[in-house]
Ligand binder design. Sequence first.
Ligand SMILES: [Zn+2]
Ligand SMILES: [Zn+2]
Length: 378
Amino acid sequence: MTETITALRLNGSEKIDPLDPKGSLTRNLAVEEVALAEPGPGEIVTEPLFVGVCGSDNSASLGKSNFSWVARPRTIGHECSARVVAFGPGTEGYAGLQLGDVVTPIPQRGCGDPRCRGCRRGRWNYCPRKQILGFHRDGALAQRMVLEADRCVPLREGLSAMQGALVEPLSVVAQGVLRKCTIRPGDDVVVTGCGIMGLMAAELAKSAGARVAITGIERDRNVRLKLAEERGFTPIVVGPDKPLHEVLRDGVEALDGTRFGDDFENGLVDVLLECSGAPPALGTAGLSVHPEGTICVIATYPAPVTFEATQFTRTGQNMVGVMGSSREDFLNAMLLIQRGIFDADPYAQLYSFEQVIEAMDDSMAARTTKAVLAINAV
Ligand SMILES: [Zn+2]
Ligand SMILES: [Zn+2]
């Protein structure tokens, strides 16, 4: 007998501008009753416990062109903790999984072909044929979710189910900060973009000993930049006529009262972590960074980026990209949470599943830093 579940469905692909929505921000979404697929071999049935709303969920829901590949209708949601409630044929006990275990799925699952370089290296996120939970198959914003067992990572002991929903976004940032760039004590690091990825990046940069500033646009002043300041990051408001490099050059006062950025070198910084996804932020990023400094890109862009390439070469800067995460990054992220390096509590705003449309609306309107849905959690 097929089970019917309530799920948040992404149906439409109408382009919606969050700053000028001309109607409801959530009009591509609907809460619907759908049939739950039967788990196949290698699959398990889970009950999502806590599910975070991701910037990519927002982008897909706003019909952004970099998510036009997502087939609609689709149940979205990929940042979650979930409890194992049933096994597909022959999957019982897969990798020691037991009924009742709480896991967090790796959203980007590789093709598994031994000839695939990404998969061979254990980097599903860099597999060209990867399948993303909540975009290629139905995801976590539902009462039940069917998953491949091999993408599930058991929650590390000591982590709550709520913290489990933050592991995935933190794992992406952890890849960037722990593995893709070097941040040293005393560095000045600027994070561009104050969504949750930006705020997580700021937390990890701070814990590595850097002084951190974070940028936002005018609408971020009251929520995200305010929280950023409470967390010890210098807030910087940027805009089309106020690019970051000019603001830094004109002088930004850090929270400690001194100048942020190099006071001898136009306010330049050592490392820039680009988490905004705004094309101009990446295009001009090099103008804010020291020669041989690093630009770490943890975002994707809805349009081609015009880039100061000659400046980049002349300054011998480094640029690295970060997309998704692998099992290693998941394990690192869980360690960071368990050891208290990253505290989820200041960032997560809890909503009940009945409030899912409200949570999506708040998230798209940037009224929240991280909307987390409590679905089957008690
Ligand atoms: Zn995500
Ligand atoms: Zn592959």
